[in-house]
Design a protein around this ligand. Sequence first.
Ligand code: PNS
Length: 162
Amino acid sequence: MKKTVAIYPGSFDPPTIGHLNIVQRGAQIFDQVVVAVSQSTSKKYLFSTDERVAIWKKLLQGIPGASAESFGGLLVDYVEKKGTNIILRGLRNVTDFEYEIQMAITNRALKPKIETVFIMTEGTYSHLAASLIKEIVMMGGKVKGMVPPLVEKELQKKLRNK
Ligand code: PNS
């Protein structure tokens, strides 16, 4: 039987508990979920591409079918290269929806076979955003319960060295 492979792309700077929840639930639907960490050069990230991939690899231990790697260039080209047509994204609110619908339609305009599948966030995670989490840590606040414990440690380490 053909295996279903979903690509879960994002910046993940850093991954939150909400991102991890989407992978866990995606792995119940698809045979494989590939977390695709964006290498975009136009955005400034706190964690390097390699660091974000390394964090994901640790987070994904124990989730069968889940893996992580980085990608550059157009997402639709990468998805095709991985032999699939499925993009997985999480949705938290209407602001996400407006951004997501634009990307989903643009990706289909680029490659009509592409399908974007959305998983609604767990209600308790709908407020989580990587940008706010970084700001909280930078200002000495606690992000316990917002990111996996491993990410919390990595954030503290990174900001201590800044
Ligand atoms: O976590 P983010 O920052 O919302 O993820 C955005 C991401 C990485 C999925 C998007 O910027 C992307 O697909 N980048 C790759 C370049 C590309 O294909 N751009 C056209 C998107 S319609």
